[in-house]
Design a protein around this ligand. Structure first.
Ligand SMILES: C[S@@+](CC[C@H](N)C(=O)[O-])C[C@H]1O[C@@H](n2cnc3c(N)ncnc32)[C@H](O)[C@@H]1O
Length: 499
């Protein structure tokens, strides 16, 4: 007789359950999937199970099943006459629609948007490779929702601590490392990073790329690259074309005032100098870069003022002095997206002339196309909320084979660089709000985030599983209230007494 407590038996049951869920996903059988996921007691996280051989999750399986049949002979009748192409097309359309419905269902149940299979592909990468555009877009949107929510949880926690209080926390008011770790999705598996951007995923296997470690590390200045102590590429000469185009757009004529954050190899500063700016401020935090600047005589160039230190420490004093600029460029190293968001939402507004332009090195997520696409949308949302419009120009990146020898990590994979030029959006109410009260602005940002997430969520609710995983009870409860049709939930703090 079989022993129900036999651990081998439990393992077999788990395997069968996994295969059943994956099969139902690949058959786009939502009814069955719902039943299997909700009744499952063996798998820890039934909507995110994985096939041990392929690494497929239910999302991968649902997408893979939509692969177009490109076998020309498949529709041919025995006499060589082709069956009706229109029938074939509508079959494929139906299949895709079923795939879309299944993917939406899985996401709503809390499926992870960026889990990797054994081919190192997220479900979105798979959709892209198979040419399934609508499914790819669905996965990009899922990524945007998840990233926005998790990134804002940090600020949300902080807001409840210091509501109505304008004082900045340590680290220039940004989330501390612990806060950042706490609100990161445990399952983030892609390396959504730019050059030396710190990511929780990367830190497990690679030396920490944190700002403080970088700023203390010894640098190596070479002709075509600047490397840190761990051979991370801080800056590389292949980016010169990007820097030249950016500089020309930001400073279209001589005599303008420019602020550059992050000197690196001085490439963009060289292009700025070519435009004979009337003022050219450079903020640089690494002492060895500053020493190299002085060795090269940057401090004696026309209009140049070097500010030694982190922008977080330097910029408030510039705002205090009332300095403004026609152009600002931001390109740092080993800082997080949170740092950048702090910069764009709290610093630029005080330093940029109302008719000025600003830009940044757009390398976030550039080691994977879907991450790059997700971050473009996330940045666009953050820019909009901070009161800026953005124009993008695609610049083809030449093949970079051979560039990476001796560099720890290939941080650029995507084919096109999307060059951003941002300008103040005069009609954005956030701007007026900022002038009235910065704390009011912060509260507004958090409220509109939830509205934004809800507006874009499947069935207009924050995916409950996502909120549940986050362990942030308030959000979970808010989304529950939303489902019940309570519209004023986020404004009324009495609702949250005792939560
Ligand atoms: C990628 S490089 C800049 C490359 C530059 N755009 C060029 O054209 O050569 C980044 C620079 O930002 C500096 N940096 C990093 N964190 C900084 C911070 N918080 N404030 C100011 N500079 C910082 C680094 O030391 C480095 O010199």
């Amino acid at each position: 007789m079989t022993d129900p407590n036999d651990p081998n038996l439990e393992e077999i049951n788990v395997d069968i359950d996994v295969q059943e869920i994956l099969l139902a996903a690949s058959q786009h059988d939502i009814r069955k999937l719902r039943e299997l996921i909700r009744s499952n007691t063996t798998a820890e996280n039934p909507v995110n199970v994985k096939d041990p051989e392929t690494g497929y999750t239910p999302l991968h399986a649902a997408i893979a099943a939509c692969e177009p049949d490109d076998d020309d002979t498949a529709g041919a009748a025995p006499n060589g006459v082709h069956t009706d192409d229109t029938d074939k097309q509508s079959e494929q359309e139906k299949l895709i629609q079923a795939g879309i419905d299944t993917v939406k269902f899985l996401l709503q149940e809390g499926a992870i948007w960026n889990d990797l299979d054994n081919n190192n592909e997220t479900p979105g990468c798979l959709a892209r490779r198979l040419g399934l555009k609508e499914l790819y877009e669905l996965m990009v949107d899922a990524g945007v929702r998840a990233e926005m929510l998790f990134s804002r949880l940090q600020g949300y926690e902080r807001l409840s601590d210091d509501e109505g209080d304008d004082e900045e926390k340590e680290e220039g008011g940004h989330a501390t490392e612990n806060e950042a770790q706490e609100s990161q999705p445990a399952q983030t598996s892609t390396e959504e990073s730019e050059r030396g951007e710190a990511t929780p995923a990367a830190t497990e296997t690679e030396p920490d790329v944190t700002s403080s470690r970088y700023l203390q590390s010894h640098l190596s200045f070479q002709n075509d690259r600047l490397l840190d102590n761990d051979q991370n590429g801080v800056m590389m000469a292949w980016e010169s074309d990007i820097m030249a185009k950016t500089a020309r757009k930001l400073l279209p004529r001589p005599g303008l005032r420019v602020l550059n954050i992050g000197h690196g190899m001085g490439i963009i500063d060289g292009f700025f100098q070519e435009q004979s700016p009337s003022a050219h401020h450079i903020v640089e935090a690494h002492p060895e870069v500053v020493a190299e600047m002085k060795r090269k005589g940057w401090h004696e160039k026309p209009g140049v003022q070097i500010h030694e230190g982190r922008w977080q420490d330097v910029l408030p004093a510039l705002v205090e002095k009332g300095e403004t600029f026609d152009a600002i460029y931001y390109d740092t190293f080993a800082e997080s997206y949170e740092d950048f968001r702090g910069f764009l939402s709290e610093q630029v507004i005080g330093l940029l002339d109302p008719d000025g332009l600003w830009g940044f090195f757009n390398g976030m997520g550039a080691d994977r196309q879907i991450s790059y696409d997700v971050y473009q949308k996330v940045v666009e949302m953050d820019l909009f909320e901070a009161g800026f419009d953005v124009d993008w120009e695609d610049i083809p990146v030449p093949p970079l084979e051979g560039e990476w020898t001796g560099v720890r990590r290939r941080y650029w994979v995507v084919d096109n660089y999307r060059l951003p030029i941002c300008s103040p959006n005069q009609s954005n109410p956030t701007r007026a709000m900022y002038e009235d009260s910065p704390s009011e602005l912060r509260a507004h940002r958090h409220r509109s985030l939830f509205q934004w997430v809800l507006d874009r969520s499947v069935d207009n609710t924050v995916p409950l599983a996502l909120a549940r995983q986050s362990s942030h009870r308030r959000i979970y409860l808010e989304s529950t209230l939303r489902q019940r049709g309570e519209s004023e939930w986020y404004g009324d703090d009495t609702v949250w007494a005792g939560v």
